[in-house]
Ligand binder design. Structure first.
Ligand SMILES: Cc1ncc(C[n+]2csc(CCOP(=O)(O)OP(=O)(O)O)c2C)c(N)n1
Ligand SMILES: [Mg+2]
Length: 589
């Protein structure tokens, strides 16, 4: 090992070895906010810029969310780079998303010089301890010779079994050392195939079932895997649900799609799911959202469940299934499609479940001038067949998932861990990954103000996502919980927003405000033809707290305690922009 300056390095420096190691592992996208703690890596990247695209971001949470979205869409890890201490803290949310959502991702963190370890040196953090419970694996590279080995292993860990995020700290002086070592490439690896005996058992169990239900979820599905799965499910007329924010896994226009099992799911679908006599869960974790707070199945054992998952330890983790199948999801799909057809004695049951989805999609006459159900149905017509939609966390998300059907080649990605601030960076990550596809972000006014400034990254890299901001002037989801548990006592959930169309115009983009249903289609078309990053503000009726209920309805029958009468009416109109010289209206008392 040679130190720079002490002796001429025989070959490459650490920063360059790392850049080459990434290329050798097939990494082609880096999302970063720079720091002096990895200056040598930035310099190494300069030499491989033809092979590795570096996207400079404005906030580490944005950078890591973009990398996560890249992994979700492609099944391949992107790398995020952040600086030590503060950068790592900002970026940590993306690690949590990638972990809960089983997304392959690498996060590199510049580290202090290892000679200063444990002195609480400037920005010193022990990343093994910090990210231990958040990431799939955490390591630190202290020896330059080990860069190719540890980067290769990081990619292995991120992409195999249940995929997830790997955090790699890079001690500072290591990046400046030289070494004469070769790169390490990828190797062909065969993934877990389903045991034929288990498949035969699954066939028997499904043939006996009268009310089966499929739940699709998880990550790293390929086009081929999804097509084979569709063939199996359509061929046997099995009713299909998708897990929380996994809509993209199944073509919602097909007659056996029944809807999603997640947060805010249709109660009649949940009731039917509880009535199923066999649940075939494929690729999904049986987490809280999908299992409706762990109530979907009997926890005590003997659940009518077949669980297919690439990671053996996920099977039986919470619910003990009647049959567990360890398999890569795509290989399983191929094997299932090749099976003898099932007896499929459940035609009426599948039709029944589909009718729930159809009823769910019928748009009610909502109060107010902007019917977001109709807007979503209009948007469905405007989205090209390969459009990508990203979503944030919040009640607004229900508008798209309830009223929109995603077609075979469309994609819908969101944070299954419920992280706000995801949609805008994810849309930028998606548009960088697929520049020729339309990318639409759906986000609440709360979530938009968390990472909306990443739109500057879109301008910098010349891409044009379209952002729909659902503005109800509040952290609506929490307000909903508040109204349920503490009616009338509005505390800490109201928001004052900027003019969103002016906000994007200040960046040089295209802004629209939509207050009436009929305004949406032309506004969206103008946004598309502008060719610029666009923000379309949807001015909601704030009383319409979900697609199914209003604040007024939640309050009905619950008298307002005199002393705690709300200062604001629940359905307050959106404030009109103040005109210069305009008189302020007298406050109502
Ligand atoms: C990073 C983060 N902070 C806080 C929360 C808690 N939370 C969940 S939904 C929500 C409100 C979202 O508000 P908005 O984006 O305006 O969407 P709305 O619910 O109003 O549709 C909050 C604060 C969260 N899930 N993630
Ligand atoms: Mg809101």
């Amino acid at each position: 090992m040679d130190r720079v300056g002490s002796k001429k390095p025989r070959a490459r420096l650490g920063g360059r070895i790392l850049a080459d190691a990434l290329v050798a592992q097939g990494i082609d996208h880096i999302f970063e906010v720079p720091g002096e703690s990895y200056l040598d890596v930035l310099d190494g990247l300069y030499d491989v810029s033809q092979k590795l695209k570096v996207i400079t971001c404005r906030f580490e949470a944005g950078a890591v969310n973009m990398a996560e979205a890249f992994g979700k869409l492609t099944g391949r890890p992107a790398a995020a780079f952040v600086t030590r201490g503060p950068g790592a803290c900002h970026g940590s949310i993306g690690v949590h998303i990638a972990q809960q959502d089983s997304t392959p991702m690498l996060l590199f963190v510049g580290q202090i010089p290892f000679s200063e370890t444990d002195r609480e040196s400037f920005q010193e953090v022990d990343y093994r301890r910090m990210f231990g419970p958040l990431a799939k694996w955490v390591t630190q590279i202290d020896q330059v010779e080990r860069i190719p080995e540890l980067v290769a292993h990081a990619v292995d860990v991120a992409t195999t079994g249940r995929p997830g995020p790997v955090v790699i700290a890079l001690s500072e002086e290591m990046q400046r050392m030289g070494a004469d070592i070769p790169d390490i490439g990828r190797f062909p690896v065969s993934v877990a195939h389903p045991d034929p005996a288990a498949l035969a058992e699954m066939h028997k169990m499904l043939s006996r079932a009268r009310k089966p239900l499929v739940v699709l979820g998880g990550s790293r599905w390929t086009e081929g895997g999804r097509a084979a799965m569709r063939e199996f499910l359509v061929g046997n007329n099995l009713p299909v649900t998708v897990g929380f924010r996994r809509q993209a896994l199944y073509d919602g226009t097909l007659n056996n799609f029944a809807g999603d099992l997640g947060v805010g799911s249709d109660p009649s679908l949940v009731a039917k799911a509880k009535d199923a006599d066999l649940i075939l869960a494929i690729g999904t974790r049986l987490g809280e959202a999908v299992t409706q707070g762990y109530t979907l199945l009997d926890l005590a054992g003997g659940a009518p469940l077949i669980h297919v998952h690439p990671e053996a330890s996920e099977i039986g983790r919470v619910f003990r299934p009647a049959l567990g199948i360890v398999s890569d999801v795509n290989v399983f799909a191929q094997a299932a499609a090749a099976m003898e057809p099932l007896a499929a004695n459940w035609g009426a049951w599948t039709a029944d479940l589909r009718s729930i989805r159809e009823a769910q999609r019928a748009v009610p006459n909502y109060e107010g001038t902007l019917n977001l159900g109709t807007v979503m149905r209009d948007l469905e017509k405007l989205m090209p067949p390969d459009a990508i939609m990203t979503t944030d966390a919040g009640n607004f998300a229900g508008w798209a998932t309830r009223f929109l059907n995603f077609g075979e080649d469309q994609r819908y990605i969101g944070p299954t861990n419920g992280a706000m601030g995801y949609a805008v960076p994810a849309a930028i990550g998606a548009k960088i990954t697929y520049p020729d596809r339309m990318v639409i972000a759906c986000v609440g006014d709360g979530g938009f103000m968390m990472t909306g400034q990443e739109l500057a990254t879109a301008f910098h890299h010349g891409i044009a996502p379209i952002v729909l901001v659902f503005n109800n002037q509040m952290y609506g989801t929490i307000r909903m919980h508040q109204e349920r548990d503490y009616p009338y006592r509005v505390s800490g959930t109201a928001l004052t927003n900027p003019d969103f169309s002016k906000y994007i115009e200040a960046f040089g983009g295209h802004g629209e405000v939509v207050s009436h249903t009929h305004e949406f289609t032309p506004a969206f078309q103008r946004a598309v033809t502008s060719g610029k990053p666009a923000v379309i503000e949807l001015r909601m009726n704030p009383d319409q707290i979900t697609t199914r209920t209003t604040i007024s309805a939640m309050r009905a029958g619950k008298p307002a305690p005199k002393a705690t009468k709300p200062k604001r009416a629940p359905a307050a109109a959106h404030p009109k922009p103040a005109r210069a010289g305009a008189k302020k209206p007298a406050k109502k008392r």
